[in-house]
Every structure is written in structure tokens, then in C-alpha cells.
Design a protein around this ligand. Structure first.
Ligand code: SAM
Length: 263
């Protein structure tokens, strides 16, 4: 069976079943190699996800990574790496802020069907893609929200309500704290996926986290087998409710980021 999806009323057909099986095997092998949960159902769903990502990519510019093996590592294994840290174990309600094509949130939702995920992004087209993936893979533990984080973080239904909020490749740490921490309940965590730029972002990030009632913890390495990527997961513990002044109105966190000496 082939999987069909549509965008702007156009029917798009993804790769044939034999290719899907090959992709599922590749994904299964990478999951095993990285000591991640390697259930065959998960590998098959991720294979459908990868083929839809490939099909939709030319229209939506979802990823710059075209090689399937690299895409598996960069998007799926990197997203799932948090499962080995224990930081997700007790979280039931999880938000992914600036989820884009679903990283890390949708991949985690497929791997953790017992948890509830809310995936938020400012771009409607990306959410249309995510809905297609959820439908094609029968992923039911996901709520999709087309919203700017600054607006979502002020909404009473979302503010201070998540056990955990995650974000990858959305903004420098100080901006990210203002966009993401408002969603987390006091006592909960935010986790930022960060690369080598973390060292330059760190001090202003710590300042912003403290101003928002949170504390930056030690970064955890998240190696991907066979890659020399400098990827780290930065846990941030929310100690108190976010002060009512934050997040500031849409765009301000980025244009006028919280910075030491520029409060
Ligand atoms: N997290 C995904 C990943 O790692 O591949 C997507 C990263 S992409 C570079 C950044 C995403 O964040 C985009 O989809 C963009 O629309 C979203 N984004 C940036 N600022 C945002 C905001 N203030 N509110 C909601 N989404 C935002």
C-alpha cells in the first residue's frame, strides 16, 4: 500500500511499500545501535514519517538533510536521545515549542504512546504536514497548535500546565527560556537541545532562566553512534510560576532578548 497525502488540494503519493520496509529496517538498526527502544511498530511508523518528510520537503522546506541515514540520525535518533536521560520518565503532559516538522515532539510521541504531546508552531503549513503524519501513522496522543509561543504562553489553558516542555533549534537560550518556560508547571522541566553554540549563549541563558523563576542544570551529552556531533541536552528546572510580565508580546523576546546588563 502507498500512503497518500494532500497539500493545497494536490494529491501527493509517497514511496512504495518495499522502500518503506527498507527504511524501517534502517531505522530499526539505528535504534538498536543507539540503545533506544527498537520496537518494530515504531520503526514502521517512523519509516512512513520519513517518506512523507521526503515527499513534502520540496514544497515546505522541512529539512536540509536529504540522505536517509543522516535524516534518521539527525531527526529521529537525536529526538529520542532524551529517553536515555530519565528526564522524560515521569512527565505525562509534554509540549514541543517550535516543533517545525515534528522534532523532537512527534518522534517522542510515537515512541511514548502513554504520554500526551502538544506540538506548537507559528507556521500553519508545518502543522498540516504534522497532521498528515499523525493520520498516516495512527498517532493519537498528539494535539497540534498553530500559535506563536508568546501567545500560547499567555493562554490560561496552556500556561504553567506542562510537566515538561522541549525545544530544538528554535532560538538562542535566553530567547528560548522566555518562549518555553511559561508553558511548564512549577516543579517541571524544560529541555533545550543545543549544539556547540551553547557556550556563547550560556550566561545570558542562565540570567533569563533565573529572571523567569527557573534554574539551569548541568548539560547532558547526547551522542549519536558513529557521528561526532556536539549535541547536548540542557535541562532547566522551573521553580516558580512565570512572572506575569512574561512572555512579552509577540516578537519582543527575539528583538529585545533578556540579557545580563540589559534587563
Ligand atoms: N524544532 C524543529 C527541529 O528541530 O527541526 C524545527 C526547528 S525550525 C529551525 C524553528 C521552528 O520554530 C520553525 O518551525 C518556526 O516556525 C518555529 N518558531 C520560531 N519562533 C516561534 C515562535 N515564537 N512561536 C512559535 N513557533 C516558532
Amino acid at each position: 500500500m502507498n500512503h497518500h497525502s494532500s497539500i493545497c488540494g494536490m494529491e501527493i503519493q509517497s514511496v512504495p511499500e518495499s522502500d518503506q520496509k527498507e527504511l524501517a529496517q534502517l531505522i530499526h538498526n539505528r535504534l538498536l545501535l543507539n540503545q533506544l527502544p527498537a520496537d518494530p511498530g515504531l520503526s514502521s511508523r517512523l519509516a512512513i514519517y520519513l517518506s512523507l518528510l521526503d515527499t513534502w520537503n520540496s514544497r515546505l522546506d522541512l529539512t536540509a538533510v536529504l540522505d536517509p541515514e543522516e535524516a534518521v540520525d539527525r531527526h529521529f535518533i537525536d529526538s529520542l536521545s532524551v529517553l536515555s536521560t530519565g528526564l522524560t520518565d515521569h512527565a505525562i503532559r509534554i509540549a514541543d515549542i517550535g516543533t517545525g516538522a515534528g522534532f523532537p515532539g512527534l518522534v517522542l510521541a510515537m515512541a511514548c504512546p502513554e504520554k500526551q504531546f502538544t506540538l506548537l508552531d507559528a507556521q500553519q503549513k508545518r502543522l498540516a504536514f504534522l497532521k498528515t503524519v499523525c493520520d498516516a501513522t495512527n498517532t493519537r496522543n498528539v494535539t497540534l497548535l498553530h500559535l506563536r509561543a508568546e501567545d500560547g504562553g499567555r493562554s490560561p489553558e496552556l500556561r504553567d500546565t506542562f510537566d515538561l516542555a522541549v525545544a530544538r533549534a528554535v532560538a538562542p537560550l535566553n530567547v528560548l527560556c522566555e518562549l518555553v518556560l511559561p508553558f511548564v508547571k512549577p516543579g517541571g522541566f524544560m529541555i533545550a537541545w543545543k549544539g556547540p553554540a551553547l557556550s556563547q549563549e550560556y550566561e545570558d541563558g542562565v540570567y533569563a532562566a533565573e529572571k523567569l523563576g527557573a534554574q539551569v542544570k548541568d548539560a547532558l551529552p547526547c551522542p549519536v553512534a558513529g557521528r561526532d556531533w556536539d549535541h547536548r541536552l540542557l535541562p532547566i528546572h522551573k521553580l516558580r510560576s512565570t512572572p506575569s510580565a512574561y512572555p512579552r508580546r509577540s516578537g519582543l523576546p527575539k528583538v529585545s532578548p533578556l540579557r545580563q546588563n540589559h534587563p
